[in-house]
Design a protein. Structure first.
Length: 503
């Protein structure tokens, strides 16, 4: 027996859920298929031993209440449209960077406070620092004044062009530049340029030279406008609210339901075949899986296979979830930290440590007197493939590696090793297994210097098959995949004859 819906979405990551929620609210019947028993993918939470851990993402943009602030404020606008509330707590520091030679920078919400830290260490670069960060502000200023929509939708482009012709042209020109190119035009100090590379690497896992200026114009500017806000109850509150929105308007999310294949007839996607048997037929099929998992697995026609080297495959992660005695985290300690001990290794596997302790903002995520800590470094499946997943060797190797990461983190949190009371480890294999992401990759990246517009949009080579999520424009990050969901929903709604209003 086949089920029918206007739209079927493969995957309840933030990209898939956002697309589904907006289409369902517009009156299209929508069915989301999620292999896991929980929504959110890389932006989900899990409970263990009384703790709630963020499985992946924990730095969130897009939640300002003030529409004059924040790049598009996508989360706030979407939840307002859905009539669903997601209370958040403002985080005063986006990331606290700890680098070699005592170079230590907390990125305060107040931009002047942040820039003062840089001016103090690099007084000779004050002008260049100002010019670089002001250039990002100018990109931000353009982006925050244009409505979100699909760049493949001619009517949207025409509307934006007519409303803001100069800003649209200026944005088009800025897509030609990289963040690193602009930095190097203004700044010469090698240590400062390394910091700027790290500012890029922190979310793009690429250096500044490889990162489009336009993406940096959101991530490095909006933190000082809309700010960074943490959802009460942890990262899982975001997908939970999207599911609530979908269901409120009559849509469905089927958990524990894996899509096996996109059904294609005469070159057009007409539905999805499920792993456990059964089919869902629909006018539009949307894949929230990665480009490799979509075109090398869900679509079996070899003509659509992703050519080797078309994208740079970002690494995956080795992750640690720790329950720790609260006394190890001093009062005033920031939530998010990035730690680099050696500049020559920062972009090698395991070279940069990412740390977050969201219980600093929301103590309800841990038992009284405890903190929940998430610690991770880049990693590849190849580092772990020689072990049998069930073997004691695999467990002890994970444990040993985890202990080295904890011990390295003692540089910012002395006594951490002794404070650990609960530890969960996850290799790239775990990430791959849970989320059906090839090699557990963070996703496809552009080649250095490639124009950001070369990132795939939502249409695919298969008619009626669309894509949303971090394989599509603008890329990785929760706010980015939310944008991709808005763009995908806008395009599909236009195709199905009932366009969305701007958010
Ligand atoms: C460790 C880590 C830390 C991060 N930190 C941050 C951060 O602080 N801030 C930030 O903004 N971003 C962060 N990110 C990035 C961000 O989480 C991701 O870019 C984003 O959540 C990806 O969303 P998505 O919708 O593209 O895909 P995913 O999250 O991968 O979701 C895809 C969903 O589809 C499901 N699926 C796949 N195939 C099938 C199938 N065949 N059938 C059914 N279901 C299927 C998967 O189970 C999954 O639920 C982090 C990511 C990681 C891994």
């Amino acid at each position: 027996m086949a089920e029918h819906a206007d739209v079927v979405v493969i995957g309840a990551g933030i990209g898939g859920l956002t697309t589904a929620a907006l289409l369902q609210e517009r009156g299209f019947s929508t069915l989301v298929l999620e292999k896991n028993r929980f929504p959110g993918g890389s932006c989900s939470a899990f409970r263990k031993g009384g703790y709630t851990f963020d499985a992946g993402a924990s730095v969130f943009y897009g939640f300002s209440d003030d529409d004059a602030k924040g790049t598009l404020n996508l989360h706030s606008r979407i939840f307002r449209k859905l009539g669903v509330e997601v209370p958040t707590i403002p985080d005063p520091v986006q990331i606290h960077y700890h680098m070699p030679n005592g170079f230590d920078v907390p990125v305060h919400y107040d931009q002047n406070r942040f820039l003062e830290c840089l001016y103090r260490r690099f007084p000779h670069e004050k002008e260049g620092i100002m010019r670089f960060y002001m250039e990002l502000e100018s990109v931000y200023d353009i982006l925050s004044s244009l409505p979100a929509g699909s760049l493949e939708d001619i009517l949207h482009l025409a509307a934006v062009g007519a409303r803001q012709p100069l800003k649209a042209i200026s944005l088009g020109i800025k897509t030609l530049f990289s963040m690193g190119g602009v930095a190097r035009r203004n700044i010469h100090d090698e240590e400062l340029l390394r910091f700027i590379d790290l500012e890029s690497y922190a979310w793009a896992v690429q250096d500044a030279q490889s990162t489009p200026l336009v993406n940096a114009g959101i991530c490095l500017a909006d933190r000082h406008h809309g700010g960074i806000n943490y959802p009460v109850g942890g990262s899982g509150a975001i997908p939970a609210a999207l599911v609530k929105g979908i269901e409120k308007f009559g849509g469905r999310v089927l958990f524990g339901t894996e899509a096996e294949q996109v059904i294609i007839e005469d070159g057009r996607a007409v539905g999805v075949r499920l792993s456990g048997g059964g089919e869902v037929l629909a006018q539009a099929v949307i894949s929230n899986a990665t480009v490799w998992d979509t075109f090398d697995k869900l679509v079996t026609d070899q003509r659509h296979k992703v050519p080797e080297g078309k994208f740079v495959k970002a690494p995956s992660w080795f992750q640690l979830y720790l329950g720790v005695d609260a006394s190890v985290i001093p009062k005033g300690f920031n939530v998010h930290h990035i730690l680099v001990e050696d500049w020559s290794r920062y972009d090698e596997l395991g070279g940069t440590i990412y740390f977050s302790a969201p219980t600093v903002l929301d103590p309800s995520l841990a038992p009284p007197g405890k903190h929940a800590v998430h610690l991770f470094v880049s990693a590849e499946t190849s580092q772990w493939e020689s072990y049998d997943r069930q073997s004691p060797e695999y467990r002890s190797k994970k444990d040993e590696y985890a202990r080295t990461l904890i011990s390295r983190t003692e540089r910012i949190l002395p006594g951490l090793s002794d404070a650990v009371e609960l530890m969960v480890t996850a290799t790239p294999q775990t990430h791959e297994r849970y989320l059906n992401r090839l090699d557990g990759s963070y996703g496809p990246l552009l080649h250095p210097g490639q124009n950001v517009l070369r990132k795939p949009q939502n249409r695919t080579p298969v008619e009626n098959l669309y894509a949303a999520g971090d394989s599509t424009f603008p890329g990785q990050g929760v706010i980015a995949v939310t944008y991709s969901g808005v763009s995908c929903a806008s395009y599909v709604a236009r195709q199905l004859g009932r366009p969305l209003d701007y958010l």
